[in-house]
Design a protein around this ligand. Sequence first.
Ligand code: HEM
Length: 146
Amino acid sequence: VVWTDFERATIKDIFSKIDCESVGHQALARCLVVYPWTQRYFGNFGNLYNAAAILGNPKVAAHGLTVVRGLETAVKNMDNIKATFTDLSVLHSEKLRVDPDNFRLLADCLTIVIASSLGASFTAEVQGALQKFMAVVVSALGKQYH
Ligand code: HEM
């Protein structure tokens, strides 16, 4: 993957500005509400009965932060995202058996939540850079599936 200076600067800027805890929490909760089949992987999270329960579930909040911390690792290794996520891809495929189609769905929820948190500064060019970054992350997470 080749990154322009603008894309590099924009991705670093986004992740320096966002509230990781809030973005992770909102994005994972949104994914579980909008795509309810994703709940099946979180059977040990307890009550995911409706949107309010999902949003109020502390395990959803904690795991949302874990996901964003994972993205931050990718931001720090933008030239090597595939290798950086090898273990995480193996975990999601072989141990967790997450259908890789779901990576894009969570990535879209992250993009939507980041967009609403950045407001007017989320221009078309910024969206373009973020979506490219998310596409690389999604592809890297899917790499170890066979
Ligand atoms: C665990 C990142 C997408 C299900 C994890 C962990 C990270 C992570 C960093 C912790 C790994 C560890 O403990 O070593 C991501 C990223 C994603 C993504 C960056 C995409 C943007 C998904 C999706 C699902 C999923 C779409 C299911 C629909 C899980 C589950 C765990 C996990 C079930 C274990 C949770 C637990 O019991 O603690 N993920 N993930 N992940 N992920 Fe993902």
